[in-house]
Design a protein around this ligand. Sequence first.
Ligand code: ATP
Ligand code: MG
Length: 616
Amino acid sequence: MKQQNEPDIQLEQWNPPVKEWGPVYKAIFRAFGMIWKAGKVETCVLFFLMLIQGLLPVFILYLSKDAINMVIAIADTNDQSFGDAAPLLIALALATVVMQIMEPIFLLVKSVLGDKMRRYVALLVMETANQHPGIAHFEDPKLHDQLQRVRRVEGSSADLVIYAFQAGSDFWALISVAIFLSLFHPLAPPLLMFCALPYALAHYKYANLFGIALQFQAPEARKLDYFRNQFLSHDTAKDVRIFGLHDFFFGKYRRIFTRILSVLWSVRKHEFRTLSLYALFGGAAVCAVYVTLFQQTIRGELSVGELTAYAGAVLVIWTSMSTSLFNFAFMHRTGGFLTHLYDFLKRKPVIKMVPKEFAKPAPYPFQKGIAFRNVSFTYPNTDRKILDRISLNIYPGETVAIVGKNGAGKTTLVKLITRMYDPSDGDIHLDNVPIHHYDLDDLRSQMSVVDQGFLKYQLSAQENIGLGNIDRLSELDHIKAAAEKAGADFINQLPNGYETVLSRQFEDGTELSGGQWQKIALARALTRDAQLLILDEPTAALDVRSEHDIYARFQELTKEKTTVLISHRMSTVRMAERILVLDDGKVIEEGTHEKLMKDNGLYARLYTLQAEHYNV
Ligand SMILES: Nc1ncnc2c1ncn2[C@@H]1O[C@H](COP(=O)(O)OP(=O)(O)OP(=O)(O)O)[C@@H](O)[C@H]1O
Ligand SMILES: [Mg+2]
C-alpha cells in the first residue's frame, strides 16, 4: 500500500528539457578522456579492432556475392572447375573465421579496459571525497543523492567502454554496408535508414528515459540501501531482533521497491507500444526493398549472389541502425550519471582555506592558546543557533572542562576547534592568528581527539590504536605504551594479542565490550604526540575502577598538553583547572570548581544533584 506523504513520481518529470542535454554530451566526451587515462594501450587496441570489426560485414557480403555467383555458374555450366572458386571461398572462410575470432578478442580487451575504468573512477571518487577538509557536505542530502548516482557511475563505467566501442563498430558497419547497398540502388540505404530511424530513435529515447528514471530515484534507492542494511548489518541486528523490527523495515523496503517498479513499468509499457508501432513501419520498408530485390532477380537484372548479399545488407543496416543508437543511448545514460560525478568533483571545500603556499605552519608550542571571539554557529541547512556569540579562551598547558546539558553544544564546540565546520559568525584564533590561516594538516596533527562517537575499526587491535598516529603504525612498543596509559591491558589476553582483529565478521576476530572499546579509542588518541588533547566523554563507558585509574594518572596523561575535557561526571570535571558551563548557546559560568560552587549557579546545582544522588 502506498504510504501517505510519499507522492507519486510522474513520468513527465523525467523527460529532461533539451537544454539540459548539453552537459551530458560534454560528459560523454570527458568519459572518453577517462577511458583513455584508464588504459591507453587497450584504448588504441580497441579502436583498431573496432575499425576492423565494423568493416568485416561489408567485406563478407561482398565476397559472398561473388562466391555464390561463381558456385552457381560452376553448377550451371560445368565449364569451370571448383578449383576456380577456391581463392574466393578461402577468402570468405578466412573473413568469417576472423570475424568469429574478433568477437572474443574484442570482448577480452573491452572487459580489461572496463575493469580498469571502474578502478579509475572508484579511486577518483575516493580521492575527491577526501579532498573535502570539512564534514558539512556530508550532511547535505543532495550530496548523498549525488554520491548514490556517482556509485552508479562506478558500476556502469565499465559498461561505458563496452557501449562506446560497440556503438563505434556498429556505426562503422552501418556506413560501409550502406555504401555497398547503394550499388543496388542509391536510394535504398536512405530509404531504409529513414524508415528505421523512428524505431532506432525510440530505442534511444527509452534507454535514456530509464537512465533518467533511475537518476530521479537516487533518494529512493538510498532509502532502499538503508533499509536493506538493517537486515544485513551486524550493528543493527540486535535492535531488529529485540524490538521486532523485521516487518517494519521489510514493509518499508517492499513499498519503496514496488513504487520504483511501478514507475519503471509505466516506462516499459510506453516503450513496448511505441517500439511495436515503429517496428511495423520499419518492417514495411525492409519488405519494400526485398520485393524490389526479388523482382529484379526474377527479371534477371540481379544475380542470386547479389540478391543474397543485398538482402544481407538490408538486415545489417536495420540492426546496426538500432543497435548503434541503442548503445549510444546507453552511453548517453552513463554520461548522464557522469555529469553527477563531475558535479561531485566540482564541489568546493565548504570551510575556509588559504592556499597551501601561504598557509602558516601550526605554532609549536602554543603561546597564547585558542580564543573564540564572538563565535556563533548554526549547522548548515538548519535554523537553530547552537552557539550564540561565544567568547572564550583555552590557554596553553591548561585543562579546561566544558559542562552543560545534553544538546548544549559541547561537541559542536569541538567540531569548530578541529575545523570540521567554520563558525557561521565570529572568529576562532590560535596564538592571535585566525585558525584558517594555518595549514590544516599541520594544525590537525597538533590535535588529538577522543570523540564521543568514536569509531570501531574492523582492524587489528594494533591498527585500531595505531591509526591515531599513522606514521608509527608499525611501532608496537609505542602502541603498547599508549594502550597502557589508557588502561587497555586486556589486549594481552586476546587470542592473538595485538594482532587480534576486533570484529567477529572476520576469521579469528573478537568483539570487545563497550568499555574496552573506549579504552582503545583513548589509546588511539594517546599515540599522537599532540599539543591539544580533546576528550569528549572519554570515560562514560568505563567501570569505576578503570575510570579511577585513568583519572589518577590524569596529570601524567595531560602533562605539557592543552586539554579540553567534556564530561557529565562532575567528580571528573572538578579536576580541571578551569570549568566552562555552556547553556543555551552561551558560556554562562566560568571558573574553578570552588568558585563555581560559591557562585551557586547551574554548575553548583548540577554538582549538588549528582552528589546527592550518590549520598542517598
Ligand atoms: N550535524 C548536525 N546537524 C544539525 N544539528 C546538529 C548536528 N549535530 C548536532 N546538532 C544539534 O546541535 C545541538 C548541540 O549538539 P552537541 O552534539 O554539540 O551537544 P552536546 O552538548 O555535545 O550534547 P551531549 O551532552 O548529548 O553530547 C543539538 O541540539 C543537536 O541536535
Ligand atoms: Mg556531545
